[in-house]
Design a protein around this ligand. Structure first.
Ligand code: SAM
Ligand code: SF4
Length: 348
């Protein structure tokens, strides 16, 4: 990473993590593995996925040290665990318990495909996990097999049910929006989520698939999806964003229908990027700091952690990386090329 851009201001300890545009970072996504029990077309390769060597994965102790520094010294207050599929990492509940003991960490959440929730949801809740996002793109078995390249819809549904029974602070469902592939899913997904009294959010397909099949016109845009939803359910009622840095635009289904008032979200990461309000950084499972999902550059920190680096040195690497964050992901710009890592290896 280029050190020249780092100012004395950004080097001061015990300050918020800011970039050169003044965006304050309060949220970190920790990827705990790049392995997964699905092979979603928009994320992973179908065959021969190569995974990080196990000794490259940060240990829970290493991840905890970094997170503690970020929370107690840099103003991070929100941690989301992701992957790959985070629940395939052994003893994840032990890690959740370690994190939930960090003073100042106000939000601890997890994004999962749900398959392993029946055996893990209660343990994770007991360990201090507050919120869950569960990804489900379809309720149709054949479509699930096509999208995830595995026949695991029933397991995902059982996972959603198990999570609901555990009483997490919030459960949201996430569904991908791919033009020509998922526009027939929204009615059943919205009705399913409404019946379970959980929020469902639709996320525009981003150029982060391993197969590099993404094209601009393979995005089912938020505009088009909203049009389709309104054709079916009637005019939606717009809601204020939860916070300015929350990527989802929120709507409620209109009064009068069976699911009146149910909340849905649209995440227009491609057609209406929210980069100017971005407050996130990421740590990959093999120990690199990323200031953007789409960054082509990242700051490796594993060798420093293992080589006896001081807290100050580690914090400085993170500060420098955040400082250099670009104004936007630039997907629509000339010369955009996807990052070298696909979504499962970054941590979505
Ligand atoms: N395995 C977990 C899961 O699927 O929820 C966590 C990791 S996954 C990478 C996190 C989220 O990223 C999922 O909701 C998934 O649908 C989304 N995702 C993966 N690839 C994507 C892409 N190319 N564009 C948009 N969202 C994507
Ligand atoms: Fe696995 Fe999640 Fe990627 Fe699907 S989106 S392949 S479940 S990491």
């Amino acid at each position: 990473m280029n050190q020249d851009l780092t100012t004395a201001e950004s080097r001061l300890p015990d300050r918020p993590l800011t970039d050169s545009l003044g965006r304050v970072h309060t949220s970190v996504r920790l990827s705990v593995t790049d392995r997964c029990n699905l092979r979603c077309t928009y994320c992973m390769p179908e065959l021969d996925a190569t995974f990080m060597p196990r000794d490259h994965l940060l240990t829970f102790e290493e991840l905890h040290r970094l997170t503690e520094l970020l929370v107690t010294r840099c103003g991070i207050n929100d941690v989301r665990l992701t992957g790959g599929e985070p629940l395939v990492r052994r003893e994840l509940d032990r890690f959740v318990a370690m994190l939930s003991g960090i003073p100042g960490l106000t939000d601890l959440s997890l994004t999962t495909n749900g398959i392993l929730l029946p055996e893990q949801a209660a343990k994770l809740k007991a360990a201090g996990l507050k919120r869950l996002n569960i990804s489900i793109d379809t309720l149709d078995h054949e479509q699930f097999k096509k999208l995830a390249r595995r026949d695991s819809l029933d397991e995902t549904l059982a996972g959603i049910e198990a999570a609901i029974q555990c009483g997490f602070e919030s459960i949201k469902l996430n569904a991908i929006a791919i033009q020509g592939i998922t526009e027939h899913e929204f009615v059943s997904l919205i009705e399913f989520a409404a019946a379970k009294q959980v929020v469902i959010r639709f996320i525009e397909f981003m150029p982060l698939d391993f197969d590099r099949a993404w094209q601009r016109d393979s995005v089912l845009s938020g505009d088009r999806l909203l049009g389709l939803i309104e054709q079916h359910f009637g005019t939606l009622i717009e809601q204020p964003r939860e916070t300015p840095s929350q990527p989802a635009e929120r709507f409620r289904l209109p009064e009068g229908g069976k699911f009146a008032g149910a909340e849905i979200g649209i995440i227009r990461s491609v057609s209406q990027p929210f980069c100017q309000a971005c407050n996130r950084l990421r740590i990959t499972a093999d120990g690199s700091i990323r200031n953007c999902l789409f960054a082509s550059d990242e700051a490796p920190i594993r060798d420093l952690l293992r080589g006896g680096a001081s807290d100050e040195q580690l914090i400085q690497v993170v500060r420098d990386c955040v400082w250099q964050k670009k104004p936007s992901h630039g997907i629509d710009g000339d010369g955009f090329s996807p990052p070298p890592r696909a979504m499962y290896s970054i941590g979505g």
